[in-house]
Design a protein around this ligand. Structure first.
Ligand SMILES: [Zn+2]
Length: 93
């Protein structure tokens, strides 16, 4: 009978674990994973957008007047250009 009691005890413990998991996990995760995901991505996009504003400053091409992100612009001292070609063309003026 000792083995039966052990199995029975194990079954009860397993059952308790399952019940506790069923009570705690879905309450936090299962209710609205899509909602949370949307909120997280929205927050992420907002913080990303805020972070990108100072990094992606637009500069004006001195040759054609096109506005290009600072990271993509070709800068020569104070002047910035949309491409190396325009930088060269501006130098030839
Ligand atoms: Zn240009």
């Amino acid at each position: 009978m000792g083995l039966f009691r052990l199995i029975f005890l194990g079954l009860i413990i397993w059952l308790i674990v399952r019940v506790v998991r069923a009570l705690t996990a879905p309450a936090r995760q299962g209710r609205s994973p899509r909602h949370r995901e949307a909120a997280d991505s929205g927050r992420e996009a907002r913080t990303k957008g805020q972070a990108e504003i100072p990094a992606q400053r637009m500069v004006r091409c001195a040759e054609c007047g096109l506005h290009v992100p600072r990271g993509e612009a070709v800068c020569d001292g104070e002047r910035c250009f949309c491409s190396a070609e325009h930088r060269d063309r501006f130098a030839r003026h």
